[in-house]
Design a protein around this ligand. Sequence first.
Ligand code: NAD
Length: 481
Amino acid sequence: MDAPPPTLKGDELSSTNPATGEVIGSVQVTSTAELDAIVERAWAAYHNSGWKSLLPHRRALVLNAIADGLVAEKEALATLQMKDNGKPLAECRGMVESAIGTFRYYAGVCETLETSVTPQRGDYVSFTVLEPFGVVACITPWNSPIMNDATKVAPALAAGNAVVLKPSEDSPLLAPELARIALAAGLPIDMLQVVQGRGAEIGAALVAHPDVRMVSFTGGTTTGRAIGRVCGTKLIPVALELGGKSPHVVFADADIEHAVAAVVAGIFGSAGQSCVAGSRVMIEESVYDEVLAKIVERTKSLRVLAPDAAGVEVGPLASFHHRERVVAFVNRAREEGGRILCGGEPPTGGDYDRGAYYLPTIIDGLSHASLTCQEEAFGPVLVALPFRDEADLVEKGNGTAFGLACGIWTESFKKAWRVGRALEAGSVWVNTYKQSVTTTPFGGFKNSGIGREKGVDGLRLYAQVKSMYFGLHEQPMPVAR
Ligand code: NAD
């Protein structure tokens, strides 16, 4: 079944459950006139609500109350996200947990963040304080809405800003829930507002709005570049978390069973719709056939089921039009001469015919320069490549425009150190994969982004440093010469 992109009827945007094709809800699209009013209200709240002057340990109380509000609605939120974007329920529960943890963590950062007293060079004391930007725009994609929203909103509020949040038109239902919960938790009204609609329309208008002072974006590289251009012209800071084509490396000396399980989970979890999906498996030549055969065998046994079915391992893609993109990607791989080792088509029959499913797919036999090896599929598509030695691996591993993440399986820590340092990636996982926690910085090299979210610096991203000097002169100041 093919379904059109998200429907905009009049000024309504509907959300379709990709597991069933049913419309599950709708939201009002924000007009540009409404956007002006929203940004104006955000500034009024910023100046008048007392949030920015609230001492950080008091802000922490509200952030913790938001976390409590999320806890109280955990199951309902996970179910809503499952219907909004088709991810297996267990994964959606994990994402709500992650959002809760993020609000609690930034409450802790509020309590503990220190600024510095800088070395004295004259008759004064100098030190730094952090100031919010004012109104910041947070723009998120459809693959993990509640988690991505929390990753931006929690630190942006923690730093004292007012936030205008724009979720994807493909998963519009979670952001309004977060705003409702935040308000009920004691966040002053209008400190978190949501705008809805297509990215090219309301998203672009939000970024270009003259009164938006900072933009934090997660999404595709092309969109990120367009947003970066506008922010460059406006001379406002921008944080960009973008796409990837992450290499997942298996050396001959690896614990092969663990490596195989991780490679399969690393690409087919979330049906491959994860920015850090290990979408290029790179296997040392001497064990290439053996390891690839095990990966294919394990992949064929994955249970592709409805997101709420017991034992589901791979659910549908997030939307029917996204599945069309994956179909086109694999068709192009065929034209490039790729050998499809498994999958390569949507499953058919029964529930499959109602949903946006696509079988986990593995392709080999392609040159590393092929578009299949260079471009992000953002779906359940793994491309396999052999490598000769470390030099060959590093050259190919770094041979795409991206640099988001990589995985390395080896029993040699010295090799892991050398290769981990040589690969251009914002996150390197050695003998593990896809760990990403709120305490640890996350972001990309090269076309995978600018800036780091998460960790203590995830709050500093939303603040500007002010340097203050307190004079200590007993005598009138001399004239500067
Ligand atoms: P997308 O770039 O199409 O859209 C992301 C968001 O930007 C949506 O809310 C969209 O409405 C909005 N948008 C689109 N055009 C815009 C414009 N001109 N101005 C302002 N806003 C605009 O991406 P997507 O298809 O929603 O998500 C998939 C992409 O996101 C993949 O490339 C994936 O790798 C990336 N992603 C990255 C991370 C990360 O942390 N690095 C995490 C998740 C997803």
